[in-house]
Design a protein around this ligand. Structure first.
Ligand SMILES: Cc1cc2nc3c(=O)[nH]c(=O)nc-3n(C[C@H](O)[C@H](O)[C@H](O)COP(=O)(O)OP(=O)(O)OC[C@H]3O[C@@H](n4cnc5c(N)ncnc54)[C@H](O)[C@@H]3O)c2cc1C
Length: 388
């Protein structure tokens, strides 16, 4: 039996960030990951370009991860334009000359720099090819059984094993799941005109297109959100057909479009756990809150959640006092729900409104965009929230 202060299941971005935050507070951490070492040390491109807030950048800096990004792996997000249907008006979210709204970094680069920081930290023991098959509480510790037959005893077990978390279920915590019946198809495109660091979100009828600026001024990541029934068709498009789709949906805003490289397809399912903790057990990252990507909050919330859990635990001694640990976990839950629930429900409402092509919804969208366009306080509030 291996003994540790905290065992974390899932070496995704949230699990690795939490491991580092706890290790800095002198906790001994065992990080369990189902995938092999090779996939973690050299994570392949998965098409995701992650928009990060300033708060997330500061957290990644404090973990010694941000500094490890190579030049050309992060690009500034100067502003975001939202266009609805065939409407000529749009909403422009920008900081009015006070710097970028945030930064865009490929998901595989985030995973790589966190992995490098984890490997260099003597308080973290990473176990790859390790899957958890069961867990139970015994006196003042959590026992974790691995598929390999090994057992681990930890003062706290944390599940960071994705929105479809098996360990959340093993701990008896349910979750509300919202399957949008849609998929996001992602792929890089070259454009005739420079993107200027501007993200464009075009809510057309029947499908949505986002163009996210990449480090090259003429390259964007195109994100097409469409009914799951059309997933096969659009994934079967050749480069010309995909480029034509993107060009039509963007109404030629960046001129001619050329598609290249691999495309990826993600089913869109949002998840909100019923509770964020149980006895000597907590959830972080997508295992706690799995967001629809349209508002680009998923990992930003995951990082903030990891930070809040690590701050509540404060130091190792709290882990071994049952009453102190319960109080810390319940405070963590209150804090996280207060921040994440309004964002989760708000994002789902935006998705509902902007994917409903019935006349009342179309009219409501136009009204909202007009209010935003002519009522700057609404826009400023959203920009403040994005660029905190
Ligand atoms: C298309 C798309 C665009 C996005 N854009 C943004 C954005 O712009 N901004 C933003 O903030 N977020 C964005 N997100 C969300 C972001 O990618 C996720 O929130 C983030 O990756 C979640 O990290 P995680 O560590 O919680 O989970 P995951 O990345 O899912 O990692 C979970 C890890 O756990 C491991 N695992 C699973 N089960 C087990 C097990 N039983 N035992 C051991 N290991 C296990 C997996 O192998 C994996 O390594 C986007 C998501 C998508 C799909």
């Amino acid at each position: 039996m291996l003994h540790t202060d905290v065992a974390i299941v899932g070496a995704g971005p949230a699990g690795m960030a939490l491991a580092l935050m706890l290790a800095i507070r002198d906790c001994r951490v065992i990080l369990l990951e189902r995938q092999g070492e090779e996939k973690l040390s050299n994570p392949l491109d998965d098409g995701r370009e992650i928009a990060l807030t300033y708060k997330s950048v500061r957290l990644l800096q404090s973990l010694g991860a941000w500094q490890r990004l190579k030049s050309g792996e992060q690009s500034p997000l100067n502003s975001a334009l939202v266009v609805d249907g065939n409407s000529p008006s749009y909403l422009d979210f920008n900081t009015r000359g006070r710097g970028p709204l945030g930064f865009i970094v490929p998901n595989n680069a985030i995973r790589r720099v966190l992995y490098e920081a984890v490997c260099e930290n003597g308080n973290i023991q990473l176990q790859t090819n390790s899957a958890v098959i069961g867990t139970r509480c015994e006196a003042t510790r959590r026992l974790v059984q691995l598929e390999s037959g090994q057992d681990i005893a930890a003062a706290l077990l944390v599940a960071a094993d994705s929105r479809f978390s098996e360990v959340r279920r093993m701990a008896g915590i349910g979750a509300d799941m919202r399957d949008f019946g849609r998929v996001a198809v992602l792929g890089p495109v070259r454009t005739e005109r420079e993107h200027g660091g501007i993200a464009r979100e075009c809510f057309r009828y029947g499908s949505t297109l986002a163009l996210l600026p990449m480090p090259d001024p003429y390259t964007c990541s195109a994100v097409v959100t469409i009914s799951a029934s059309c997933a096969e068709e659009i994934m079967g498009y050749d480069d010309e057909a995909f480029a034509a789709h993107v060009q039509t949906e963007s109404t030629g805003a960046l001129g001619a479009v050329e598609a290249f490289g691999r495309r990826y397809c993600y089913p869109l399912v949002a998840v909100y756990a019923h509770r964020f903790f149980a006895e000597r057990f907590a959830l972080v990252g997508d295992a706690a809150v799995g967001m629809h990507p349209v508002t680009a909050h998923g990992f930003n919330l995951g990082l903030a959640g990891a930070n809040s859990l690590a701050s509540q635990l404060h130091n190792v001694s709290r882990l071994y006092r049952s009453a102190g640990l319960s109080l810390a976990l319940s405070r963590y839950q209150v804090q996280r729900r207060l921040e994440s629930h309004p964002i989760y429900t708000g994002t789902n409402r935006v998705v509902d409104l902007f994917t409903d092509d019935e006349l009342p919804a179309k009219l409501m969208r136009k009204v909202i965009l007009r209010i935003g366009e002519h009522f700057p306080p609404v826009r400023r509030a959203i920009v403040h929230q994005l660029s905190r």
